[in-house]
Design a binder for this molecule. Structure first.
Ligand code: NA7
Length: 567
């Protein structure tokens, strides 16, 4: 573990002005620090964890693994990096991703800019100075012209309360805050609450290790296999040879992957042909089951139902006890409208003698008791309970910081009726604050490293543009923000996503408004829109209180260095 100071000027309260404070040192924060420091800016990073890694630093639970293929879920900004790094698995597990991020931090000498074990508690925009005052958990107060919030969309841990929990005599763990020294679960009776992506991976990994595993399911999810295994050396050689092309291609696709949705409706082919196509796509694994089969599964209910039926048959064919199989089949949301967990052994795990599935819809959880969990059907005796209960996603990491923009208005208050942003990058009333993969950007619906690099490159270009023109303040107009928010809602409403009570809609957090938080119009479309905005002189943004080039209509957009290398 490291505890490096970002620089002497930060070690003590100092009026010295930073150019950028970066919040977070995961995938987004690390690349932000790399890019911004290379652009000659004075940057300090703050990270709550003891080292780099972000979600991969915290989520060390058994079975934690990425849902995207390793060569895709990695940085593309350095060809040397992508050529020299060798992934051992097709879908990487948490320790290897953390090792990779540590390697990136070392290779590009990023740790010296980061203060670890330090939480940003508050950020206040000082209108008279046109800068941010940032307060941290170690008592620092620093001043920075800009903030880049790289705090993550799935990082603010959700801790539901359960009656009687304080009486439970056993141990408990959160998947998202798993102890670094691990947890000794061998020979224990373990209960797990939550069957999202984290719970599902944990279940299939833990089942062979514990005496008994009781899975408390409130809502069944559609789980896709990824067919994980060692990296195929031939594939690795091909990918490395084609990396520049693959990265470029990813910038134009709906998901930020090097492949796009296939053409064709699920309803345009015969039942036999459809079954064969699903079978092929299922064998490809993971997200490819939907993206490589048909193009209307997330917009047409009837088409979606054909995919659901394929997976129902798979579940029924895999799980031996028909009653357990039926309990595992989702009934409340179209397939793909909640983030599908990915796991190769989840369904067959329920064929084990030491695994019990508890349907909390049929027998609700009443309370914790000293010896375990009491549902309406009786007590389940447990030595350990694992909470895989999710996150306050998309907005939570930022609304938990006391961020105040113009006139002291808080970001949490602004978003209390739903997130409003311009391009998921910036907010009216919050000058010089940028978000990486923020609300109403493609964020969690795109391959994160692709989306992160695109955001960071765009923001860096914007800051260089400001430097070139001598601007000190940038802020989106209320009208641009309103229009982007309206457009995002409209696109979401045209999809099947609103039919699920998902965390995309904030439904998992009590009191959070039911508003879609992600741009579903596709990453490629979004990326082109961002580029258009930039080349039109940052249309929709005000610099130092006026549109760039105002009062004349001429826009003097500068071509982007960073984008030029990706274009
Ligand atoms: P998720 O996907 O939000 O899953 C959380 C799970 O916890 C889900 O099954 C919830 O059931 C369950 N949950 C939450 N609160 C409760 C209570 N009070 N009682 C019973 N069950 C509860 O989080 P994950 O960490 O698995 O995954 C998040 C993302 O991280 C994932 O999609 C990947 O992108 C990586 P519910 O569905 O609300 O009924």
């Amino acid at each position: 573990m490291n505890n490096h100071s970002p620089g002497d000027s930060l070690a003590e309260p100092s009026p010295a002005m930073l150019d950028v404070v970066v919040i977070g040192a995961g995938f987004a924060g690390l690349y932000s620090i790399h890019k911004l420091t290379r652009a000659g800016l004075r940057v300090a990073g703050y990270e709550k964890g003891g080292d780099v890694g972000g979600v991969w630093y915290w989520n060390r639970y058994p079975g934690a693994r990425c849902d995207c293929e390793s060569h895709v879920y990695s940085y593309g900004f350095s060809d040397e990096l992508q050529q020299e790094w060798n992934w051992t698995l097709r879908y990487s597990e948490q320790p290897e991703i953390l090792q990779y991020l540590g390697h990136v931090a070392d290779r590009f000498d990023l740790r010296r800019h980061i203060r670890f074990n330090t939480t940003v508690l508050a950020a206040i925009f000082l209108e008279s100075e046109n800068c941010w005052q940032i307060e941290t958990s170690d008592g620092d107060r620093v001043f920075s012209r800009f903030i880049v919030a790289a705090a993550g969309g799935i990082s603010a841990v959700q801790r539901p309360t359960f009656p009687g929990f304080e009486r439970f005599a056993g141990r408990s763990y959160y998947t998202a805050q798993w102890p670094h020294e691990g947890a000794d679960l061998a020979g224990k009776r373990v209960g797990i609450i939550g069957t999202g992506a984290s719970g599902v991976q944990c279940v299939s990994t833990l089942a062979p290790q514990v005496q008994h595993l009781t899975v408390f399911q409130r809502t069944a999810n559609w789980v896709f296999p990824v067919w994980n295994g060692p990296t195929d050396p031939a594939v690795d050689r091909r990918v490395k040879a084609e990396y520049p092309h693959l990265r470029r291609a990813s910038l134009d696709t709906a998901g930020g992957f090097p492949f796009d949705l296939v053409e064709g409706s699920a309803l345009s082919v015969s039942a036999e042909e459809r079954a064969a196509i699903y079978q092929r796509a299922w064998k490809l694994g993971g997200v490819m089951f939907m993206s490589r089969s048909f193009n209307d599964l997330l917009v047409n209910r009837e088409a979606n139902e054909t995919a659901a039926e394929f997976v129902r048959a798979y579940i029924r064919g895999t799980v031996k006890d028909p009653a357990v199989a039926e309990t595992l089949i989702p009934v409340d949301h179209p397939i793909g409208t909640k983030r599908p967990p990915m796991d190769d052994k989840y369904y067959e795990t329920f064929n084990r003698d030491n695994v019990t599935l508890v349907d909390l819809r049929k027998s609700p959880l009443i309370e914790f008791v000293p010896e375990g969990i009491r549902t309406s059907a009786g007590v389940h005796e447990l030595d350990v309970v694992i909470f895989a209960t999710g996150f306050d996603t998309i907005t939570g990491a930022l609304t938990r910081i006391d961020i105040r923009g113009r006139e002291g208005r808080s970001l949490a208050a602004k978003w209390s009726t739903g997130a409003q942003t311009y391009l998921g990058l910036a907010m009216a009333g919050f000058p010089n604050l940028f978000t990486i993969t923020g609300p109403l950007s493609p964020s969690v619906l795109a391959n994160m490293p692709t989306a992160i690099e695109q955001h960071v490159d765009w923001i860096t270009d914007c800051l260089l543009f400001m430097r070139e023109h001598g601007y000190g303040v940038v802020e989106p107009t209320a009208a641009a923000e309103e229009e982007w928010t309206r457009h995002s809602m409209e696109v979401a409403a045209g999809s099947l996503f609103p039919l699920a009570n998902s965390w995309y809609l904030g439904c998992n957090v009590p009191g959070k408004p039911r508003v879609f938080g992600v741009y579903v119009g596709g990453f490629g479309h979004y990326r082109r829109k961002c580029d258009q905005v930039a080349s039109a002189g940052y249309e929709g943004f005000l610099f130092d209180g006026a549109a760039h080039g105002a009062p004349t209509a001429a826009r003097a957009g500068t071509p982007s260095q960073a984008h030029a290398s990706h274009a």
